[in-house]
Design a protein around this ligand. Structure first.
Ligand SMILES: NC(=O)c1ccc[n+]([C@@H]2O[C@H](COP(=O)([O-])OP(=O)(O)OC[C@H]3O[C@@H](n4cnc5c(N)ncnc54)[C@H](OP(=O)(O)O)[C@@H]3O)[C@@H](O)[C@H]2O)c1
Length: 284
């Protein structure tokens, strides 16, 4: 049974789902989403920038799973920021997905006019086209700026997080503000540094679980929301087998000690990365 968490707006979110990053639009994406839904996963994380919202929406519509049971997250890309642009791009996302409403809409990066874009998210939430709203990749200073200029406290901040990057500096601030954290790259994007890590391997052996299951269980016990990406139904099943065991406090502390503050997917405060995100555009 997959656990759920309550967000600060009253809606619940499954703590485990599936990610849709690098799922090329078409059969690969369609089959992965259908497999996940068939297996019982209900949280799907996509983004305008993944360029597969149409296929994700079609897989949900054709799955036979009630719309109310599915929790769909998508994200606006920086090219669509600014208040008016973002309002238009929310219409675009709703059309591409074609599933009535969006459960959770996030800003993908804290670049460009993210404040104007967040105000459009607030408006879409008032109109009921989007249930919950939030952000990704906002470090504490970026989040403080956003909170000072807007009305609705984000329900979620989605950050790179795994045993090598545990977001220890940011997490107390999120807790204080009632913002839940979603971990992207929960398995370190398949990093060998995690797969063959001695501490993780020893804990996995002791628990009779795989290293992936131990890492995912660590996220769950820390209170994070996760959506590992997999195109392999056996991996999806394995990733769902994390609610029938508990890591001891000693094991949790051993994993906490692996934190190296290391970003595998790009430093969210680097000026070079900001330039890159602001110049990147996608055909939607
Ligand atoms: N907001 C953002 O800026 C942002 C950025 C990046 C990602 N994300 C979100 O986070 C999601 C997850 O990140 P990610 O997909 O890049 O990385 P990830 O979930 O950490 O790792 C995915 C990799 O792990 C492998 N894998 C999954 N389960 C496994 C298992 N049980 N055993 C062995 N290998 C396994 C997958 O291969 P197989 O397919 O072979 O299983 C894939 O290569 C994305 O899909 C996306 O939705 C958000």
């Amino acid at each position: 049974m997959i656990a759920t968490l309550k967000m600060n707006d009253g809606y619940s979110i499954p703590q485990l789902g599936m990610g849709a990053y690098l799922l090329p639009d078409g059969d690969e994406c369609y089959n992965s989403i259908r497999s996940g839904l068939d297996l019982g996963l209900r949280l799907i994380d996509t983004a305008a920038a993944y360029q597969n919202e149409r296929t994700v929406g079609r897989a949900i519509r054709e799955s036979g799973v009630d719309r109310g049971e599915v929790f769909l997250t998508t994200k606006l890309w920086v090219q669509d920021y600014g208040y008016e642009n973002a309002l238009k791009s929310i219409d675009g996302a709703l059309q591409r997905l074609d599933i009535g409403y969006i459960d959770l809409l996030l800003l993908h990066r804290p670049a460009g006019d993210n404040i104007g874009a967040y105000k459009a998210l607030e408006e879409a939430q008032r109109q009921g086209r989007v249930r919950s709203i939030g952000i990704c990749n906002h470090t504490r200073p970026q989040l403080e700026k956003l909170l000072a200029a807007t009305d609705v406290v984000p329900a979620i901040n989605q950050m790179e997080c795994h045993p090598l990057q545990q977001q220890k500096g940011l997490r107390p601030f999120l807790e204080e503000k009632g913002i839940l954290m979603e971990s992207w790259f929960p398995l370190g994007h398949g990093s060998k540094r995690l797969k063959f890590n001695e501490t993780l391997t020893a804990i996995a052996e002791k628990a009779g679980k795989s290293v992936s299951q131990v890492i995912l269980r660590w996220h769950i016990q820390e209170g994070f929301i996760i959506f590992p990406k997999s195109t392999n139904p056996d991996h999806m099943k394995e990733n769902m087998g994390i609610f029938d065991f508990t890591l001891s406090e000693e094991d949790m502390n051993a994993i906490r000690a692996l934190d190296a503050g290391r970003y595998l997917g790009g430093d969210p405060e680097s000026p070079e990365n900001f330039k890159k995100w602001e110049s990147l555009t996608f055909e939607l």
